[in-house]
Design a protein around this ligand. Structure first.
Ligand SMILES: [Zn+2]
Length: 92
């Protein structure tokens, strides 16, 4: 059993990434207040796709990182919900 058809896309404005999955740490969704929510992005070189963490996990992760070198791989970003039309209007 999976989550069904309820798929939400989120846009990470600063990096122009479309986020389609939940937090890579706790699996929680990125709850969208209307103004968006901060998210931690782990840019692992060579992996191709960055990892996203919700704000609370991001705080946790950043709090545990002890080396500046490791810290460079993480950057705070901002997740904003994409506005989706409820019923796509199709001509014809
Ligand atoms: Zn999380």
């Amino acid at each position: 059993m999976e989550g069904g058809n309820h798929t939400s896309n989120y846009l990470v404005v600063n990096r122009v990434e479309v986020l389609t999955e939940n937090c890579n740490c706790c699996g929680g969704g990125f709850v969208g207040s209307h103004g968006g929510e901060k998210a931690l992005v782990a840019a692992v070189s060579g992996a191709g796709q960055p990892y996203f963490f919700c704000a609370s996990c991001g705080d946790n992760i950043m709090g545990r990182i002890q080396s500046e070198e490791a810290r460079k791989h993480y950057v705070w970003d901002w997740v904003v919900p994409l506005k989706q039309t409820k019923a796509p209007v199709q001509p014809g």
